[in-house]
Design a protein around this ligand. Sequence first.
Ligand code: SF4
Ligand code: SF4
Length: 437
Amino acid sequence: MSLLTKKPSFQGGIHPSDSKLTRDSGIQDIYPSGSLVIPLSQHIGAPAKPVVEEGDEVKLGQKIGESQGFVSSPIHASTSGEVIKIGKVHHPSGSEVEGVKIAPDGEDNPVDFQERNPDELSNDEILERIHGAGVVGMGGAAFPTHVKLSPPEEKNIDTLVINGAECEPYLTSDFRLMLEEPEKIIKGTQLIAEVLGVERVYLGIEDNKPEAAKEIRTHADGSIEVVELPTKYPQGWEKTLIQALTGREVPVDGLPLDIGVVVQNVATVTAIWDAVRFGVPLTERVVTATGTFKKPGNYRVRIGTQWKDLIDQLGGLTEGRTAKLIDGGPMMGDTQPDQSTPVVKSTSGLLALREETAVERDPSPCIRCGKCVDVCPANLLPTSIYKSVESGDIEQAKELNATACCECGSCTYVCPSEIPLVQWIVQGKSEIEEREE
Ligand code: SF4
Ligand code: SF4
């Protein structure tokens, strides 16, 4: 049981309808019916380099892209079949990247996965197995996990935070994982707690998921402090989660490890356990398909499965009511102009947004109401940053700490003038980055 009597929170935030329409839908497996499109860059850092050629036969779990350096991650085939193309493919972020296209043979023949007893492995061996399996942050950031678990020696890491908040409306994939695979989450968590040598382990979860909190508590047997947090967006952002659980504040330009904390998402710790215990690389993940899908639900999908394949297998979309396809949730997801875009390691949801929820209005002038300032979890002045970027004063946007924006979209959500604040701030961030390069 949590020792905390008062539920902690953070400053700012908003309360959109959580719309968790698929919360009662158990995880179902889906095998691709069409070709797989597997980007070689699904992580922060250097893209993987292809190690197969067109015409090669590959097996499930076979490495098809080798990581390039420490901050990089390998890529594996998500089923057996033939490599039919190596070239540019769509990535959900909107970019075109190098990728490998595989025609599945329907056999799903795996490579020989090497099981190991984690108790007999050194920390270096555990980290190497995590790296070799291509595990990256599955909560959205896709930072290579072995890097996050290898903090510099001078950083005194004493706290591990497992992120089970799933604060984005509509998404329920992490919720179903916590309900259906609590043992794996707990074993993965205990394993990395050992590697990091931490004193405290928290699992933060919003209080709209009491069944999942109970499930984890029951199985964790006191090894993890499960803390239910108020349902408030963006509770799952690393900085707000750390503040709510530990009372510590990550510096504006700093990282969680600067204040002794490492954060991992619940889906990532299941992938860590599969990699270390069973030698299974990251080739599939649970996604929530919701909105106008005729068969909405939570599905275990192979990495590289294209949107059009999933839409077909889930009975199509409701006729004439879909305005937008989004990789992720409605607040932070990326709009997809093309149905050939694949599911990648960081895809937690596929949202086919209804026409009536996707209405966009023309912005009107700022009325200086201050609502955007009140809700910003990063303590920024969204309206001032937007005005700086709009007028081309990038230096001022930088002085206003635009780069500390987590792009949560809360400011845009509350703005009565319908100003697309987050779009302006994202533009400002990329102009600051370009200038610094
Ligand atoms: S400025 Fe950034 S962090 Fe603040 S509310 Fe807007 S999107 Fe979120
Ligand atoms: S919420 Fe919109 S109208 Fe209000 S101060 Fe911010 S930008 Fe201006």
